[in-house]
Design a protein. Structure first.
Lengths: 336, 311
């Protein structure tokens, strides 16, 4: 799906779009509550919960001790018992502490109880590098895509942030909602109407004809920069914002690749068993062999040292190089 | 307690024992986690819970499930993988659940259900009924971070959560003396200002006397309480795990049987005689036989069910 219904728009920051979606859902449904560190009067580490404590009070916006495992466990348990908690985990790296309740319990609950119980919890967490170092920068969403019973979404724009959060808070099973440190200060148009974005719906955010680039979260912006670089050379890249990783909108991706004939996957997390590996495999399962390349960070931890962090991360220039190589490889083959 | 309910509790303990004895000779659905020896903890606790309360346990959950009122036939069907089971045969040992009966469920990751129970307690607290959640876990889970984090959070939030440590003194083969530093596990409660005590888990009346005020405390909205019940499991960790204790040790442990001692007490009080006990035994045997018949008459799940209720 590449278009949402037309609606009047308003410009807002990414963090404001999150707060708006959560506020509306909390108003509509008394079962929605927030558990997290610094989510109360502080308003969230990135002010993405600004004003919610003031409106809903300490009962529904709960500051928790630094105990991610128990916090996710509580969220999952409360969800199984009828609430709809949003558990805020400051950095995605810390989600590892809560994998047991999320993966061993929450994601399995509906299956293991023969459909009689579900855990509609949203774990919202912030991924990505921005000077925070080796244990506060990781993008491990690909680890989670393979868990049966778990949904994983990663907004790239304020409109995504809003629409995906609406769907997440109405979803009937555990959802991991991955945002990004560098996205909070980004502004963008968001529909004034309460439009939820369904999961499993990618969006073509720049049409093109020579090459398909898939990305999610902050890397969508970098992909768009790379597409602009390539355009200066007369190369037309189509950029797809995945938005939802599990489920994955393979139809939108595959029909794009069918038109362009080439696929470049981009991600900030590791490419080994990464999002791109899955995208490429699923595309080829549908279309047969296509020319592809994967772009991601160096296979190394992300340092807080700015030189090393920048060296590690994919940037527009690196993507453009990979894109050119992919296009040239095709031309060379074609010239024989 | 009325004479009738004393006999009903004896019957429940006997049912758990007989149910498990019938189950262990059925090797057709993998290993089972048996709680024989620990019946007084399950029955004593459940006798104090109300219909709106929810009980969560670790994997060793047959006793608590039966004591909570889960239908023995559907429970047996579940443990034997039948689609008429409580979980349509998909949960099996360690994952039994029947929340409509107040048995929110078992979770077989050691310690894994403790923070889940805090979430259930939070939901009950916010629903403003006077219902409580109870979590039964073993000494194995005592060493896990989940307990320590959850004690802290539940005390801070004054959650209606009762912690019951069924300390059977073994983690598979590792004795608690090698695994856990505190000499009394309930001492941990003091650090969190949670009322706590340690009692003999082999005696039904003692368990009830200890848990009753703890339940009252929790139900009154005063926050969590912690009860350690020292018990013995009569069998090895699972029906396929090696027994590590000697014959002599086992004989001594089995002489502490909570069912025998309860029956002796009821006889001394004039509440039980040979005829009545025989009647109870026969009724228990009938229930177990019916449970096996029900399970055996039920189909296994279809292969297509592997993809049902995943998302």
């Amino acid at each position: 799906m590449s278009s949402e219904p037309a609606s009047a728009m308003r410009k807002m920051f990414f963090r404001e779009a999150i707060a708006r979606a959560v506020r509306e859902e909390m108003r509509d449904n008394p079962a929605v509550l927030i558990l997290g560190q610094d989510v109360g009067r502080f308003g969230g580490s990135y002010r993405e919960f600004d004003g919610l404590f003031e409106e809903f009070g300490a009962e529904r916006v709960r500051d928790m001790p630094v105990a991610e495992a128990a916090m996710i466990g509580m969220g999952v348990g409360a969800a199984a018992a009828g609430l709809r908690p949003l558990v805020s985990i400051t950095y995605m790296d810390f989600m590892m502490l809560g994998f047991d309740p999320l993966i061993n319990y929450g994601a399995k609950l509906r299956y293991k109880t023969g459909g009689q119980m579900t855990a509609p919890v949203v774990v919202k967490t912030t991924a990505g590098a921005k000077g925070q170092g080796v244990a506060h920068s990781q993008c491990i969403e690909a680890w989670l895509m393979s868990v049966p019973g778990l949904k994983v979404v990663a907004p790239a724009t304020p409109a995504d942030a809003y629409g995906l959060m609406k769907t997440a808070l109405r979803s009937n099973g555990p959802v991991v909602y991955v945002d990004h440190k560098r996205l909070f200060p980004v502004a963008g148009e968001v529909p004034l109407d309460q439009v939820a974005i369904p999961f499993g719906s990618a969006r073509i955010c720049r049409p093109g004809t020579d090459l398909t680039i898939t990305a999610h979260s902050f890397m969508v912006r970098i992909a768009l920069e790379a597409a602009s670089l390539l355009a200066k050379e007369g190369l037309s890249a189509e950029v797809i914002n995945l938005r939802s990783l599990a489920p994955l909108d393979i139809n939108t991706i595959a029909s794009s690749v069918k038109r362009t004939g080439r696929l470049l996957t981009l991600e900030e997390g590791q490419i080994t068993t990464g999002v791109g590996a899955e995208v490429i495999t699923r595309v080829m399962e549908k279309l047969g062999p296509v020319d592809f390349t994967r772009v991601g960070p160096l296979p190394a931890p992300v340092s807080s040292n700015p030189i090393l962090e920048a060296a590690c991360l994919p940037d527009a220039e690196r993507i453009a190089v990979a894109g050119r190589l992919l296009l040239n490889a095709k031309k060379l083959v074609g010239s024989h | 307690m009325t004479d009738q309910s004393s006999l009903a509790l004896l019957r429940q303990m006997k049912l758990i024992r007989a149910f498990e004895e019938a189950l262990v000779v059925r090797p057709d659905h993998g290993f089972q986690l048996i709680s024989s020896g620990e019946e007084a903890v399950a029955v004593g606790l459940c006798s104090l819970l109300s219909p709106h309360d929810q009980l969560l346990t670790g994997g060793r959950s047959i006793g608590p499930a039966l004591a909570c009122g889960v239908d023995p036939s559907r429970l047996m069907a579940e443990l034997l993988g039948r689609s008429s089971g409580t979980n349509r045969g998909k949960g099996g040992r360690g994952h039994l659940a029947d929340p409509a009966r107040g048995f929110f469920g078992a979770h077989a990751v050691v310690g894994g259900n403790i923070s889940i129970a805090a979430g259930v307690a939070l939901a009950l607290q916010m629903s403003s009924k006077d219902a409580i959640a109870a979590i039964v876990f073993g000494d194995g889970a005592f060493g896990a971070g989940a307990l320590h984090e959850t004690l802290n959070i539940s005390a801070t939030m004054k959650l209606p959560l009762l912690f019951v440590c069924n300390n059977n003194q073994l983690s598979v083969s590792t004795p608690r003396s090698l695994a856990l530093a505190p000499s009394r596990l309930s001492d941990i409660g003091a650090a969190f200002r949670i009322p706590s005590q340690t009692v003999d888990g082999m005696d039904l009346d003692t368990v009830i006397d200890a848990i009753s005020p703890a339940v009252d405390h929790v139900r009154a909205g005063k926050g969590p309480a912690f009860v350690e019940c020292i018990s013995y499991r009569f069998a090895s960790h699972s029906t396929t795990a090696r027994e590590t204790r000697t014959r002599d040790e086992l004989a001594e442990i089995r002489s502490l049987c909570p069912i025998v001692s309860q029956s002796r007490k009821l006889r001394a009080a004039g509440l039980l005689d040979d005829n009545l006990e025989h009647e109870i035994n026969r009724s228990v045997a009938d229930t177990v036989e019916e449970a096996l018949r029900f399970a055996d008459a039920s189909p296994m799940p279809q292969e297509e069910e592997a993809l049902l209720d995943v998302i």
